[in-house]
Design a protein around this ligand. Structure first.
Ligand SMILES: Cc1cc2nc3c(=O)[nH]c(=O)nc-3n(C[C@H](O)[C@H](O)[C@H](O)COP(=O)(O)OP(=O)(O)OC[C@H]3O[C@@H](n4cnc5c(N)ncnc54)[C@H](O)[C@@H]3O)c2cc1C
Ligand code: FES
Ligand code: FES
Length: 478
């Protein structure tokens, strides 16, 4: 179908031929005069207006769509407001209209009607998309699956109880088979002033880097696209990492996990459930499935945000970063990676290729917590990860890292030095009394410096109660 028919943006000369499939209809995309996100493009250039704009920054889920390509078994729900059209290399998209129509509702939509799960209806398409996605991947749907699946969708008027009831009420729904449309996409997509390069492997990436002076790397874009102008006014080259084979690889053995930098947070969650169950709670609270499907682990580390959720875990587990650039590879202990506020040691043409995560040994205990204003879909005010060995009340090993207590995520070696080799009773007492010596957090909108110091202190008070008085660890979260 030609997008002219739907009042498209100004059409320029078509230099390449790039396509995208929406609800099994193929559209040409490289004739647009400006860089644009998937949400705006769908609303302006297709007849599908069910995909809504709410916050335009990944927080409300009104813009949820499903995407997949020939490598995917299931379609993945994402926020269409956070992904630019040029990132969607060989992708198929399903909007709410692709899941059912008013004449033929799908079982999720029928159940929403039956259970009065919609009032003004603005959020409903997003809930139907996110809600339908769980039936592709799960045979058994329980409350927890539904809660997780909907954690990125906001409803302001119906209330969540009828929405959850509607999804619990859907029985034996086998979603229709996916049609894999072979859309034509060139590895260089020019949309407006932005050119998106899509290397398939590191060799192609190297060639691209040799030939470009100015460029920016983009993985999922969940961070970068928030910073970029909505419609890029300046010429820009975006080197997309998501389709580089080597960056999607995962290797797991007894002692370590090696993750390609473009492994998504959702995939990392699945791996963590089996290999590092102690951190699943934190990763489950990373954004929402819509964010986690798009966000990558490498992207999270490279933002070098002081409140990124993954850094404290990687620091505590003494992880290593393998980089790749036109000059070759480097191996860097993660502790040396972060330089200052949102700055790291990567050179301009250097990427994170993979991350080596050393798994906790049998005698080591790993704990991690995220403190945020809301339980779901919120950025951390403070996050802490601890690895320790306790023998006969003596702390044999202790490694602790935290986010939200300095301008970058930090490994608190001074705390380890202070308590290793000492009895837990006395060392924790001194530590708690002197906690201000070890951290100097800033005050910001998420929490004051005092709040952060007290919360950090609270971790040790509760940990001490757990280790000495055997108080249930869960109470640390309360
Ligand atoms: C609604 C919402 C909720 C969020 N919730 C959380 C949360 O709970 N916890 C949290 O920690 N973060 C959160 N984030 C932030 C963000 O989603 C994550 O930091 C994410 O992991 C970034 O990954 P990405 O692939 O999207 O990065 P991108 O946006 O693609 O890139 C981020 C930066 O890293 C660079 N980059 C990316 N990959 C590489 C690489 N391999 N090598 C070199 N440079 C690279 C890019 O050039 C860019 O500068 C949230 C964001 C949103 C919008
Ligand atoms: S418009 Fe709110 S998440 Fe996209
Ligand atoms: S039905 Fe109105 S916002 Fe959800």
């Amino acid at each position: 179908m030609d997008h002219k028919a739907h009042g498209a943006r100004k059409i320029l000369e078509i230099k390449n031929h790039n396509e995208i499939s929406v609800n099994n209809i193929t559209y040409k995309v490289d004739s647009l005069d400006c860089d644009i996100n998937l949400l705006d493009w769908i609303r302006d250039n297709t007849p599908f207006k069910g995909t809504k704009e709410g916050c335009n920054e990944g927080d409300c889920g009104a813009c949820s769509v499903l995407v997949y390509d020939k490598n995917d078994k299931f379609p993945k729900p994402i926020n269409s407001c956070l992904v630019r059209l040029g990132q969607l290399y060989k992708k198929n998209v399903i909007t709410v209209e692709g899941l059912g129509s008013s004449k033929k509702l799908n079982p999720v939509q029928k159940s929403f009607v039956k259970n009065h799960a919609s009032q003004c209806g603005y959020c409903t398409p997003g809930f139907v998309v996110a809600g339908t996605s769980i039936f592709y991947e799960n045979e058994k749907i329980d409350y927890e699956t539904i809660h997780d699946a909907l954690s990125g969708n906001l409803c302001r008027c119906t209330g969540y109880v009828p929405i959850i009831r509607a999804l619990m009420d859907v029985k034996n729904f086998v979603p229709p088979k996916l049609i894999y449309n072979d859309v034509i996409t060139s590895p260089k997509i020019k949309i407006g002033n932005s050119t998106y390069f899509h290397p398939k492997n590191l060799k192609e990436l190297k060639n691209i880097l040799f030939n470009l002076d100015h460029f920016q790397f983009i993985a999922g874009g969940t961070d970068l696209n928030l910073e970029r102008e909505i419609y890029d006014l300046k010429e820009s080259n975006l080197v997309c990492l998501e389709n580089v084979n080597e960056l999607k690889k995962v290797s797991i053995d007894k002692n370590k996990i090696i993750l390609g930098s473009c492994v998504s947070l959702e995939e990392f969650l699945k791996i963590a459930k089996h290999k590092i169950p102690q951190i699943t709670e934190i990763i489950k609270r990373f954004g929402s499935p819509l964010i986690r499907n798009q966000a990558t682990i490498g992207g999270n580390i490279c933002t070098s945000s002081p409140i990124g959720d993954i850094a404290p875990i990687l620091l505590t587990l003494s992880s290593e970063i393998i980089t790749f650039s036109t000059k070759g590879q480097r191996k860097i202990p993660i502790e040396k990676f972060f330089k200052s506020y949102r700055k790291n040691i990567l050179y301009k043409d250097e990427i994170i290729e993979k991350i080596i995560i050393h798994l906790p040994k049998k005698n080591q205990k790993l704990l991690s917590w995220k403190f945020s204003k809301r339980y779901d879909q919120d950025i951390s005010t403070l996050s802490v990860c601890i690895l320790y060995v306790l023998e006969n009340n003596i702390i044999k090993e202790f490694q602790i890292a935290a986010g939200g207590i300095a301008e970058k995520p930090v490994l608190l070696k001074n705390i380890s030095r202070q308590i290793i080799g000492k009895s837990i009773d006395t060392s924790f007492e001194t530590l708690i009394a002197d906690i201000k010596q070890y951290i100097n957090p800033i005050s910001d909108l998420r929490g004051s410096s005092e709040y952060r110091i007290n919360t950090f202190k609270g971790v040790f008070i509760k940990l001490k109660n757990h280790l000495i008085n055997k108080v249930n660890l869960q109470s640390i979260m309360d």
